[in-house]
Ligand binder design. Structure first.
Ligand SMILES: [Zn+2]
Ligand SMILES: [Zn+2]
Ligand SMILES: [Zn+2]
Ligand SMILES: [Zn+2]
Length: 243
């Protein structure tokens, strides 16, 4: 019986042994990587595959672009991850972004194989498709529900305490503000969305808006002004007098 190992090795072709050890190391590498991700992003660690995630600044997909809607993933965006390749897709009622459902409708796979023009490599794609058993209804409480549970009084106090630098007027972006929606905030570079609270650049010559939204953790206007030397319009470069 001392030849057992030799017999096992001889029974398979060299190629299949090579493939076995290759997939073993690939799986090992994946597990180590996922372990690291979990320890980096504890809020989203060890959740079941069909459970939604809340984007944190530690999430691997944070600031990456959602392939469905083209927006970058921001803090508190609710997403679902492909159980096979961990690609993130929005599923966020707050912004009416249901990229997950949209993408996987009609038995679409996660990503088709093809040539990646940006990285100039061939990608094998991800064959994951949504099983009929997938529970799309699992929700986590979203930001607005979370805020509702905080007393209105406290919020009012916070709003009046949280002054925009220079006492600038803070606008809550509405669906009708099409001249603001989609503009890039010059500080965080994220697109401005409906419901974001913003401050207009005081130079009065540009069409630039900064976030000033404590509820969405985007305090860009105050951060911009808190940085030495930022006394100019980020778009035109014109000097702004600070009072
Ligand atoms: Zn999306
Ligand atoms: Zn995938
Ligand atoms: Zn911003
Ligand atoms: Zn300006």
């Amino acid at each position: 019986m001392e030849n057992t190992d030799d017999q096992r090795f001889n029974s398979g072709s060299d190629e299949s042994i090579e493939n076995d050890s290759k997939s073993f190391f690939e799986n090992l590498k994946k597990e180590i990587e996922e372990g690291n991700d979990d320890s980096m992003d504890p809020v989203n660690a060890s959740l079941s595959p069909d459970y939604p995630r809340i984007t944190t600044i530690y999430s691997k997909w944070y600031t990456r672009t959602c392939l469905v809607c083209g927006l970058k993933f921001r803090e508190n965006d609710i997403v679902r991850l492909c159980p096979k390749c961990n690609k993130a897709y929005h599923d966020d009622d707050q912004y009416n972004l249901h990229c997950w459902q949209k993408h996987f409708a009609n038995k679409n796979v996660c990503t088709k194989p093809g040539y990646d023009l940006i990285d100039e490599v061939y990608r094998s794609g991800c064959s994951y498709e949504l099983p009929d058993s997938f529970d799309n209804q699992q929700k986590i409480e979203n930001e607005s529900e979370r805020i509702e549970r905080v007393s209105e009084q406290f919020l009012q106090g916070l709003k009046s305490m949280w002054k925009a630098f220079g006492d600038k007027n803070v606008i809550e972006v509405k669906a009708a503000d099409t001249h603001i929606i989609g503009l890039k905030c010059p500080w965080c570079r994220f697109s401005i969305r409906i419901g974001d609270r913003v401050v207009k650049c005081p130079c009065n010559k540009c069409n630039t808006y900064f976030h000033n939204d404590i509820f969405r953790h985007l305090e860009c206007w105050n951060d911009w002004n808190g940085t030495k030397g930022n006394d100019f319009c980020p778009t035109s470069g014109a000097k702004i007098e600070k009072n």
